[in-house]
Design a protein around this ligand. Sequence first.
Ligand code: TGC
Ligand code: FAD
Length: 392
Amino acid sequence: MRPDLFEAPDYYNIDDLLSEEHKLVRDAARQWVKREISPIIEDYAQRAQFPKQIIGGLAEIGAFGPYIPAAYGGAGLDQISYGLIMQEIERGDSGVRSTASVQSSLVMYPIYAYGNEDQRKKYLPKLATGELMGCFGLTEPNHGSNPSGMETKFKDMGDHYLLNGAKLWISNAPFADIAIVWAKNEAGRIHGLIVERGMPGFSTPETHHKWSLRASATGELIFDNVKVPKENLLEGKNGLGAPLGCLDSARYGIAWGAIGAAMDCYDTALRYAKERVQFGKPIAATQLQQKKLAEMLTEITKAQLMALRLGQLKNQGKASSAQISMAKRNNVAMALNIAREARQVLGAMGITGDYSIMRHMMNLESVITYEGTHDIHLLITGADITGFPAFE
Ligand code: TGC
Ligand code: FAD
């Protein structure tokens, strides 16, 4: 991989709308990515390995629980800082951002929002430092877009719960110390349980042969008569709205993260186009390449403004789930389109690991699928504006 020469585009001076704290947090994450992620990530992606040594660094830049209060070990930052951290990490790699998203919004958030004080004190400080890593099990072999049909279930055995079922496509599963598992009780109501590695009957086989998100470890969660202590139930919220509430937070982070991947592809393509000479002039001097680059920057600028406004709404507690869906859908599709266009700007060089574009492009195929597919988010917007849910 070539040296990381990234310069962030800011065509509308969006920096002027950020606070000093936002910029400090963002710049610290940006420098860390340049120093610790860019030099190694292509190699780990090619080998389909998660670089475990980066966990401490992710914790140091505040990527684990950015908006969780400091009293529980979080960084106590606002939602815009959270978004900016995700943007910078995904500028490096979507798989690394996935690790941070899952830890923050799908593991720490449910413990913080739905857990009791004992659970918060037991898990959150260790999750914030990366001493404990977590994963989130909602998707099942037969239930992806429609999690309400889940088959994983638990039974009240008096002094403990007995958990049976399976989850598929779970980020961080192969190395996670704990799993937030969504399962139905005997009445068919969905609840969250904290399942710990080492509980007999609980296994996490790794999913291999992915062409996407190769530097992120993905696996299954298998529960074969797992005895879960009663104190591991998340009592604060139940029903499908509980896991979907966590997804709101993670989808919001992805709306920002995707901008990072898009910025990296645009910046790489711009630099390459200025340097690459064909027919006696830089390809950047041709109208067709300028069209690609100008449209990329226009789309990035629109996405930046959308994410920032959503962040303001989120800070005020006013961002609706449907607004978050729109931003996740728009910004991920924007990034994937830019990755595809940017790859063409680089010609044959675009398919090599010398540049980050092809890795971003392949990663974004997962990002446009997980946390609700592109089509499901369209249906969420459709239901919100018409009042007619068209899922079934
Ligand atoms: P529906 O009847 O619409 O809703 C059921 C209950 O949930 C409430 N609700 C929400 N609550 C909070 N946040 C949201 N975003 C919510 N959306 C809905 C709703 O109000 C209702 O509450 P109540 O009290 O009336 O019961 O449910 P539905 O079964 O019709 O499904 C709706 C649908 C399709 C939108 C939903 O199921 C969905 O979003 N499906 C997509 C599944 C998904 O996103 N899975 C993600 C798995 S995790 C993951 O991918 C992690 S990747 C991590 C990484 O590596 O970064
Ligand atoms: P399906 O639901 O089978 O959908 C297949 C296609 O049908 C899609 O195009 C979809 O849009 C379309 N479709 C479905 N329903 C409708 C409809 N009503 N109308 C029109 N079209 C429809 N899950 C977790 O729980 N935790 C994780 O940590 C996690 N990490 C992941 C990591 C990776 C790398 C990947 C790829 C996935 C991960 N997932 C995780 C799972 C992810 O959330 C699901 O893949 C996603 O929700 C879609 O489910 P599915 O793959 O079963 O597709």
